[in-house]
Ligand binder design. Structure first.
Ligand code: NAP
Length: 263
């Protein structure tokens, strides 16, 4: 019979609770590091990046589970006590799957979600409700465009680029094998970057508009600060709403939640 979490320790041979961390963010790595040796942690990645940052001292798995039902099966088979969804704020498919899977398996779940950025004096932000919205706003700006979005969103900007005469700068960790559309200029780089580095990039490519998702957190904020320092407008894409349920804003909050819920 599948053991279900009750909120109390279950007396396993190791005496440790089993925690699945859905990762791919700095917070996920930090949380896994903090839990290593105190819980049986499995750190899960989608497997999209060639050399991802991995937390030492925990089990790592890579690749999709095959949807919410399969994830529920994985959680049950692994007798997981709690799932921490520490995926990126824009990774909404896995977030929804985690919510559905944990509901189905009767397993505790927490969304670890860093707060979004807020505009400050000097910022020139245009709010976009979606990636498609952001693409529609581009003609209202001038100069070249720095597309600081995920790979899967790039295609949505092909129409805005077509015939615009503007370059669309795309920076990825792993080299793209082909430019996703005409007018795209691809460079590689792994952050975090300093504000000075980002300002130099914006100047070098004559960027007149940055398109960014409101990822929050310090690690990718430098481009926003650099845009502010150069009075470059930013089309800021809102986050998708998180699934219902418990939420923590940082690693400490997630550790507190685990202490309270698992003992
Ligand atoms: P997504 O669209 O929400 O998820 C797509 C599919 O990828 C999911 O249905 C799931 O496949 C698989 N998946 C996603 N995260 C997984 C994980 N941690 N472990 C196992 N499978 C996972 O996700 P995404 O936006 O492509 O992001 C993929 C990963 O990159 C996430 O782990 C995220 O934290 C990280 N990341 C994303 C961004 C971003 O901009 N979105 C930025 C930095 C890092 P199955 O349905 O087959 O289970």
């Amino acid at each position: 019979m599948t053991e279900r979490p009750t909120g109390r320790p279950t007396g396993r041979p190791t005496g440790r609770r089993r925690v699945l961390i859905l990762g791919g963010t700095g917070e996920a790595v930090a949380l896994a590091e903090a839990l290593a040796g105190r819980a049986d942690v499995t750190y899960s990645l989608a497997g999209r990046t060639d050399a991802p940052r991995l937390p030492p001292g925990v089990a790592v798995r890579s690749g999709g589970f095959g949807g919410a039902a399969a994830l529920a099966g994985w959680i049950e088979a692994g007798r997981i006590d709690a799932v921490i969804d520490a995926t990126h704020p824009f990774a909404d498919i896995i977030a929804g799957n985690a919510e559905a899977a944990c509901r189905r398996a009767g397993t505790l779940r927490l969304k670890l979600l860093r707060p979004g950025w807020e505009a400050r004096t000097g910022d020139i932000w245009h709010a976009a409700g979606s990636v498609a919205d952001a693409a529609r706003l581009i003609p209202e700006t001038g100069g070249n465009v720095f597309l600081a979005v995920g790979r899967q969103q790039l295609a949505a900007f092909a129409g805005a680029a077509a015939g615009s005469g503007r370059q669309f700068l795309i920076r990825t960790v792993d080299l793209l094998t082909a430019a996703p559309f005409a007018g795209a200029v691809c460079v590689t780089g792994r952050g975090p970057f300093s504000v000075q580095e980002e300002a130099a990039l914006l100047r070098e490519h004559a960027i007149g508009c940055v398109v960014s998702r409101n990822a929050g957190g310090p690690s990718s904020y430098a481009k926003i600060a650099a845009a502010r320092s150069l009075s470059v407008p930013v089309i800021m894409i809102d986050r998708p709403p998180p699934p219902p349920g418990d939420c923590a804003a940082d690693v400490e909050g997630a550790l507190d939640w685990l202490r309270q819920r698992l003992g």
